[in-house]
Design a binder for this molecule. Structure first.
Ligand SMILES: [Ca+2]
Length: 572
């Protein structure tokens, strides 16, 4: 994103990425285990976090429980998702492209051309069956606690889409301590459901603790004695507002007083020592508009350090409560037979809805505005590009973009029974996880018809053979992977990736918006060297393949004058 000029309106435009009210290959894998030996699965998903935000991927934040999963398990350093919340979750839970499953665009950004068109419902439509439903069909108990963001109406809540027991936040973001929504456009309080019924959320308990409590309640060993379970822990951390108990924030104030330049270099050095980056990997140029830390006046340094401390404290706090869930599994004899997965749903969010025009609403609804209160209950903290670039570390750009900073996230899976510990840089897409879940459960996707209704087949490939050492290569020469959201497109093939940012971003200063770039991700994961001119034939082939993808999936391009700010302002 070297050409991207940061402007305030762009921040404002991107703020609602996840805050709205709802915010062909069939997987016919061989079952991995007999019904008697099928493992439980715990899938933990963090929100809006950078690639380097847990210790095992380079962070200075204490995440011992996630790090322990990494040391026992396999870490994927080339795992990709969608660039925002609900599209990724729709991909994950169905294995079907987001332009088919209803999240071709997020509900709040639908254009006139897209609204009402198939695949652009803005919620998880009924043209797909969830992998959760399919796992339940073959005998799994299915549990969920946390953020849903895939449909708020009756019939579209998690309890309707395959989960036996749920405690869910239907929207994409909001207070971590109560029901205050995440922005003025939301209009009303957050909505929580328990097994499909709307319930009052208890005030004052942090979302990390609340969701861990609820999930632990579902993970009753007696209840699970006869059936394996699939448990989905979908945390609000670290979507804004960044909030944590004060003592967690205090722990990081001094750490981040070192500033964003130093911390970013430290993370990259740590990633080199962890084998995630090569020893000679360069530190990318500072994002346009981000000043050198040393040029900040002292009071700005304090405010910025506190802002990042709120974020770090929130992640530290998340890890503690993930640890409680894991400890519960250990104490109840369920740990050894549980596959545990940790991942995040998209890259770090650079937007700051509480800065600029939105400030009055946020100050009224999150009134703790003193610098020393940043991140505590009653405050609204977001960190903007300077710290987002730290958490994205070596990757280019952020949430919403089809650059690696938006799409590449950490992925850790542990199950020593089948999976040796280590690290892999094989390219994997989030839908491959959907196919993996089915294979583990011994479920088979029905293809094009489920219980009498037409559904889309999965387009996904299980990573179980890779993880079990049965193959050394997950994708072959014939595997192409297309992606699109907000007109930001990408196509992956082997080590190569072609990407195009939406033409509408030209007005925000992206000089080559609307034009394709080509990168070799193996040698250049930071997307610093556009190979388009050097390898025009390869680029042309990839662009042609993208066109095939776009047409077959029914992508409806956003217009060149796409203007998310006015779409939101218009109340659509
Ligand atoms: Ca997210």
């Amino acid at each position: 994103m070297r050409h991207l000029v940061v402007i305030a309106s762009l921040f404002a435009m991107l703020i609602s990425g996840c805050v709205a009210e709802e915010a062909d290959t069939t997987a016919t894998s061989t079952p991995a285990a007999t019904p008697e030996t099928r493992p439980n699965i715990l899938l933990i998903i963090g929100d809006d976090m950078g690639f380097s935000d847990v210790g095992a991927f380079g962070s200075e934040v204490a995440t011992p429980n996630i790090d322990a999963l990494a040391s026992e398990g396999l870490s994927f350093t080339n795992f990709h998702v969608g660039a925002t919340c609900s599209p990724t979750r729709s991909l994950l839970l169905t294995g079907v492209d987001n332009h088919r499953n209803g999240l071709g665009n997020m509900h709040e950004f639908l254009t006139d051309e897209q609204r009402g068109q198939p695949g652009y419902e803005g919620y998880l439509n009924k043209d797909v069956v969830t992998v959760v439903q399919l796992m339940r069909d073959v005998g799994y108990s299915t549990y969920m606690a946390g953020k849903w963001h895939l449909g708020a109406d009756e019939g579209y809540r998690p309890h309707d889409r395959g989960f036996d027991q749920t405690y869910s936040l239907l929207q994409g973001a909001g207070s971590n301590y109560g029901s205050t929504s995440a922005g003025e456009g939301e209009g009303s309080d957050l909505t929580f459901t328990s097994n499909g019924a709307i319930v009052d959320r208890p005030e004052g308990i942090h979302s990390n603790e609340l969701y861990a409590d609820k999930l632990i309640g579902f993970l009753d060993p007696e209840q699970n004695a006869d059936k394996p379970f699939f448990a989905y822990l979908s945390l609000q951390t670290a979507h804004w507002p960044h909030q944590a108990p004060r003592n967690y924030i205090d722990k990081y104030r001094d750490v981040y007083s070192a500033g964003w330049d130093v911390i970013r270099e430290q993370r990259i050095e740590k990633m080199k020592s962890l084998g995630i980056l090569s020893a000679d990997h360069p530190v990318s140029p500072r994002f346009p508009g981000v000043p050198p830390w040393d040029t900040l006046p002292p009071e700005a340094k304090v405010a910025q350090a506190n802002t990042m401390a709120a974020y770090g404290g929130m992640i530290d706090h998340m890890d503690v409560h993930i640890g409680r869930v894991i400890d519960h599994l250990k104490e109840t004899g369920q740990y050894d037979n549980t596959i545990i997965i940790y991942m995040t749903d998209n890259g770090p969010d650079w937007s700051q809805p509480n800065v600029g025009a939105g400030e009055p609403w946020y100050n009224a609804n999150y009134p703790k505005t003193a610098v020393e209160d940043i991140g505590v209950r009653g405050s609204f903290s977001s960190y903007g590009p300077p710290w987002a670039q730290v958490t994205a570390a070596h990757l280019n750009g952020f949430k919403t973009f089809s650059t690696e900073g938006g799409l590449r996230v950490p992925f850790i899976i542990r199950y020593p029974e089948w999976i040796e510990s280590g690290q892999t840089d094989e390219f994997v897409f989030v839908t491959d996880l959907s196919a993996t879940l089915l294979e583990v459960a011994g479920a088979v996707h029905p293809g094009t018809s489920y219980k009498g209704r037409k559904v889309f087949p999965m387009n996904a490939k299980s990573i179980l053979p890779l993880m079990r050492g049965q193959t050394s290569s997950h994708r072959g020469a014939d595997d192409w992977l297309g992606y699109e959201l907000f007109g930001n497109s990408a196509i992956f093939h082997g080590d190569y990736k072609a990407l195009r940012l939406g033409a509408w971003l030209k007005s925000a200063g992206v000089e080559d918006a609307g034009e394709w770039r080509l990168y070799d991700l193996k040698s250049d994961p930071s997307e610093l060297f556009n190979l388009g001119e050097r390898e025009p034939e390869r680029l042309a082939e990839m662009v042609a393949k993208y066109a095939e993808y776009s047409e077959s999936m029914g992508v409806i391009d956003v217009p060149a004058d796409f203007d998310p700010v006015s779409i939101i302002a218009g109340g659509k």
